[in-house]
Design a binder for this molecule. Structure first.
Ligand code: PAF
Length: 279
């Protein structure tokens, strides 16, 4: 497995890989890999002939006061996991390879990026769309794999790919969860053991709310009660707990399929997000 940090060697390495691998998959990551990422890699390996994983902690998607500096970095361990999984190449560019001197371009997706994480993290999805567009151009994959855990991000990337004529597949991969239901996330590493115990209230509350909505309960009261339950369970702030159309991400006040519950809440200094289908 090659680990490449500069664009010149990347192009050479991709040229060699392309000679023998017909369908190339890309798994973009910010590192600190866990079983959720490895599930993306396994899915890519199963659907493609060759797989490139990128590791880049993208500064433009972190807002002021967010955890850019503290974001977990563990390149040696990540590389070992990716090599074990059979990845062909790891693209872990230096910042100047992604944002060269004088970089002045911004990819901004409206609509699906409004509200939810787009509301509580202004500029976040511009940073995501810009870096993902760059990764698509740098790697030119036939398919790119993203976790449904970041559901709004996936919607933003799908919209961006359609709008900018990226023709490769965008594959959404279901969320991997711990045995108690907490969605795997690099940020779970920040939780103290006590907070980790409390964090399970997030998937539990979402599951209960989804069941009540599907049974025809009053949506506004269910969402209010869910937020109150989170606050009573150790979360100190709920950024959002909302029901949206699963495709357009438009707000939903009357239940109709496809529907998705999406939530973000803070426990200690950690912000957790999750989403589930309401069926
Ligand atoms: O989901 C992530 O890890 C990041 O947002 C991504 C897609 C790699 C872009 O930096």
């Amino acid at each position: 497995m090659q680990i490449v940090r500069q664009l010149g060697p990347l192009r050479e390495a991709l040229g060699v890989i392309r000679k023998t691998k017909r369908k190339l998959g890309l798994v973009p990551t910010m590192g600190a890999l866990h079983a959720g990422h490895m599930h993306l890699v396994e899915t890519a390996m199963a659907q493609c002939d060759g797989v490139v994983a990128s590791i880049f902690v993208n500064p433009t998607q972190f807002g002021e006061g967010e955890d850019l500096d503290a974001y977990p970095r563990q390149e040696t361990a990540d590389a070992a996991l990716l090599e074990g999984a059979g990845v062909d190449l790891v693209w872990t560019p230096t910042v100047d390879q992604v944002y060269p001197d004088g970089f002045a371009t911004n990819v901004s997706v409206t609509g699906v990026s409004a509200g939810l994480c787009g509301g509580s993290r202004p500029g976040h999805f511009d940073g995501v769309a810009t870096v993902v567009a760059k990764l698509f151009n740098q790697i030119r994959p036939d398919a790119a794999f993203f976790g449904e855990k970041d559901y709004q991000q996936l919607a933003v990337i799908r919209r961006m790919a359609r709008d900018l004529d990226f023709t490769h597949d965008i594959v959404g991969v279901p969320t991997v969860r711990d045995a108690d239901g907490l969605a795997l996330s690099s940020r779970n590493a920040y939780l103290t053991p006590e907070q980790r115990g409390q964090a399970v209230a997030l998937p539990d509350t979402m599951r209960d709310a989804a069941k009540s909505i599907a049974k025809g309960g009053d949506i506004a009261s269910i969402l209010d009660e869910a937020q109150a339950k989170l606050l009573a369970s150790g979360f100190h702030n709920v950024d959002y707990f909302e029901l949206r159309n699963a495709e357009t991400l438009e707000n939903m006040t009357v239940f109709a399929k496809p529907a998705r519950l999406l939530a973000a809440a803070h426990i200690g200094s950690t912000r957790l997000i999750d989403n589930i289908a309401v069926a």
